[in-house]
Structure formats: C-alpha cells, structure tokens
Ligand binder design. Structure first.
Ligand SMILES: Nc1ncnc2c1ncn2[C@@H]1O[C@H](COP(=O)(O)OP(=O)(O)OP(=O)(O)O)[C@@H](O)[C@H]1O
Ligand SMILES: [Mg+2]
Length: 283
C-alpha cells in the first residue's frame, strides 16, 4: 500500500494549520481513507479536537507533564513526545490510538513535552526520527496528516523530512507573501539537504473574506507571485469552523450551510492531495 504523508505548516501562528489538518482529516474520514493524524504541536489543539479524552489526560494541571501524562492517560499509552524520544515499534504501537471521529481516523497524540524536541540545530539522525516512527505504524495508514507547530524549528523540519507533500497555509494578509516565501525556502532547503521525496503541494489561503478589498488584493498578489502553487479552492472565513472545532466534531458532520460549503472545499483539497500521491481510494 502507498502511504502519502502530508505536513501542514506555516511560518506564522494562528493562520489555520490545525484547521486545514482537521478539515482534511474530516474529508478523509468521510471518504473512508485510512488516515493517521500526527499532532506535532505542543499546544495539542488537533489532539483536543479529535481525541478529547487523551488531550485532557495529557494536559498539565500544575503537575510535572511527564508524571501527569503517565498518571492520567489510558494505562500504558504514549504520545508524540515518547515516540520522538524513542521511535521503536513498541513505543509507536503504544502511541497510535483510535480517534473519536470514526474508524478511519487514528491519532498520534500531541504532548506539551514535545517542545523539548524543538531544538534549533538538530542532527540529521534526530530529524529522521519521525519518518522512522511513521514507517512503523501498523497497520500502515493510507494517508498521514501532520499538524506542525508555528515555527520552522526541529519539529517542523522533522515533519518535512518525513513528508511527501508540504501544505503551506496563510491568511490573505500583509505579511503573507514573505511568510509563504520563507516557508517555501524551508521546504526547498530540506529537499536539497536530504534528497527527499518532499514537494510543496501548494499554498492554502485561509479565512478569505470576499468583498474585503485588502483580502482581494492580497489574494491577487499571492497568485501573481506563486501562480499555480496557490491552491483552489480558497477557504472562506466561516463561523462553522470554530463551532465544529469547539464541539470537537468533524466539519463534515456540522449541520449548517456554511459547514457544508467549507467541507466541500476540504473534499476538493483532499482530492488534490490524493491525486499527488495517486493513492487508492475506496469511492
Ligand atoms: N476558515 C476559518 N473560518 C473561521 N475561523 C477559522 C478559520 N480558520 C481558522 N479559524 C480559527 O482561527 C483560529 C486559529 O486557527 P488554527 O488553530 O487552525 O491556526 P493554527 O495555524 O493552527 O494556529 P497555531 O499556529 O497556534 O497552531 C482558531 O480559533 C480557528 O477556529
Ligand atoms: Mg495549530
């Protein structure tokens, strides 16, 4: 089976990485594509949304996070932090869990402790640990979606080393062009360093508001500069996104017209991703 690994990243925080990861995961679950969501962000927002139980257990309550994690999550389970400490098969096995979203989505839960791996200048062995761990997930998923933290440090770089495709996310704002440029450079650097399969899938423009002239202007600017790398559809700003995330349900299950529209857009982005990987689909 071909596994396609996609890393969702941006230079800037709060632009929609987790939202895009969750939207793609929702589309994949809806379509029956076996997917693993990997939460590399110490904020653990993706884990909180797809697997609230684990996230509550792993979140600190003033206690040492390692101790807290060991005490309160299901017995014997692990998180991304333990996997990056020690990517042996048995650790990976303990970390990968079913999600609350359905049979097709599993999760490798995040941890506050993963911040310890965000070293600015890691060795190449360290950077390859995530890729190694993902190759040991059994049964292998068809699709892996990695939600990156808001920096281009070791965690994001290890996601790039593991990935076939990088999905860049930006809002249509003043600093979008420089942010996208720097993220593309990071992808390029990792490619040249490592002779990787990695390619940019493209740039997702998120929270677009039509008729807001600043947004129209920035969108045009991004299209002029990055051409076909700017992915269609552009994602609109929709309150349904926040409502579904707040309720920890997939956007495909949220019963409003706005949710249906953006769910449809995520279907189209998933199609684009799956075409890139030419992976088998179940209809
Ligand atoms: N298209 C959208 N419409 C409405 N709200 C959105 C949209 N995209 C993201 N948001 C909201 O914006 C906030 C930030 O989004 P998100 O958490 O996905 O960004 P992020 O890039 O993952 O942030 P961080 O860098 O902190 O990880 C969230 O509250 C999310 O619900
Ligand atoms: Mg996030």
């Amino acid at each position: 089976m071909v596994v396609l690994i996609a890393s969702v990243l941006s230079l800037k925080g709060g632009v929609g990485k987790t939202t895009v990861t969750l939207g793609l995961a929702s589309a994949a679950q809806h379509r029956g594509v076996d997917t693993l969501l990997v939460d590399l962000d110490p904020q653990m927002n993706a884990t909180t949304t797809v697997d609230p139980e684990t996230a509550v257990g792993a979140l600190g309550s003033g206690v040492d996070p390692a101790e807290d994690t060991a005490d309160r999550r299901p017995h014997g389970s692990a998180t991304i932090a333990e996997v990056l400490d020690d990517p042996r098969r048995k650790v990976v096995e303990r970390a990968v869990r079913p999600s609350g979203w359905g049979d097709h989505l599993r999760v490798l839960p995040g941890s506050e402790r993963v911040e310890a791996h965000n070293h600015p200048d890691p060795g190449s062995k360290h950077l390859a640990r995530l890729a190694l761990a993902l190759s040991r997930v059994d049964p292998a998923p068809e699709l892996v979606l990695i939600d990156c933290p808001p920096s281009l440090g070791q965690l994001t770089r290890s996601a790039l080393v593991a990935a076939d495709r990088a999905v860049l996310v930006t809002e249509p704002s003043l600093f979008a062009v420089t942010g996208v440029q720097r993220a593309l450079e990071a992808v390029q650097q990792e490619r040249t360093r490592g002779d990787l399969r990695l390619q940019p899938l493209g740039v997702v423009i998120n929270r677009f508001r039509p008729r807001v002239s600043e947004h129209e202007y920035r969108l045009q600017e991004l299209r002029d500069l990055f051409g076909p790398l700017v992915l269609s559809p552009v994602l609109a700003d929709r309150s349904a996104v926040q409502q579904a995330q707040g309720a920890a349900v997939p956007i495909h299950s949220w019963p409003t017209a706005g949710a249906r529209e953006i769910a449809h857009d995520f279907d189209a982005l998933l199609d684009r991703l799956l075409r890139a990987g030419k992976i088998r689909r179940r209809g």
